[in-house]
Design a protein around this ligand. Structure first.
Ligand code: ADE
Length: 236
């Protein structure tokens, strides 16, 4: 039985081909997750199967019409056995993706991704689904830049979420270390592997010492220095 189901709605479902690969591909094969792709165009009416129109109030670009989105999302919800659904609308105007959001989403039962293109999806789609008690709508951005659409952002969020699902990572200790060995909001320390000497550059001595307390302290110090260099706040 799948623990988490994903429904991805887009006019370019082929964008999601990479989901067959690597960890996510394996997680599907082993039944830990279930992913269904939907072509929004199938929900468009008329001979032209149009999914967009000019913006009210004027301005450049096109806005995605609410009707095909409403039909597609209603059908996905009706076909799901989950009691609660997270509807994620990808937009550069949304809350910024963080590890905290990824962790919250990894506990979800069912996630629907609405991948808009052009100037985005008519805002009433977000407003309407927010009125339904069994749906949590989240507008999410993956960063302060504008992409051509939400498909790549969906891939980013899915990768961040799926690796947190128990059983997905070969070595679950990778997650334990990430979440507990460093304080929140701090970036990781630099990592090294063999050989100990490469092009005249040596692995820091302390990492070869076998002294775990010293290594831990060194890694924390390095992580803090990196975080500060990025201009971010550390908790201490
Ligand atoms: N669609 C366009 N740009 C985006 C971004 N930065 N994040 C999420 N969805 C988007």
């Amino acid at each position: 039985m799948s623990s988490l189901s994903f429904d991805l709605i887009s006019i370019f479902p082929d964008y999601f081909a990479p989901l067959k690969l690597s960890l996510i591909g394996k997680a599907q094969e082993s039944g830990l997750i279930d992913i269904t792709l939907h072509d929004l165009r199938d929900k468009a009416a008329g001979v032209h199967k149009s999914v967009d129109d000019t913006p009210y109030g004027g301005g450049a670009g096109m806005v995605m019409s609410p009707e095909p989105w409403g039909r597609a999302i209603d059908q996905v919800v009706a076909g799901s056995s989950a009691a609660h659904h997270d509807l994620i609308i990808l937009t550069p105007a949304g809350e910024k993706l963080t590890q905290k959001i990824a962790t919250e989403l990894s506990h979800s039962e069912h996630i629907i991704f609405a991948c808009g293109r052009y100037e985005g999806i008519d805002h009433r789609v977000s407003e309407y689904y927010q009125t339904l008690p069994n749906i949590r709508v989240r507008e999410i951005s993956i960063g302060d830049y504008v992409l051509g659409g939400g498909e790549v952002a969906t891939l980013v969020i899915m990768e961040a979420v799926i690796r947190l699902i128990p059983g997905v990572l070969g070595n679950p200790n990778s997650l334990v270390e990430e979440s507990h060995s460093l304080p929140d909001e701090i970036v990781e320390y630099p990592n090294y592997t063999k050989p100990a000497s490469w092009r005249g550059l040596e692995v820091p001595e302390v990492l070869l010492s076998g002294n775990h307390a010293l290594i831990k302290a060194w890694r924390l110090e390095q992580a803090k220095a990196r975080t500060q260099k990025l201009g971010r706040q550390t908790s201490e």
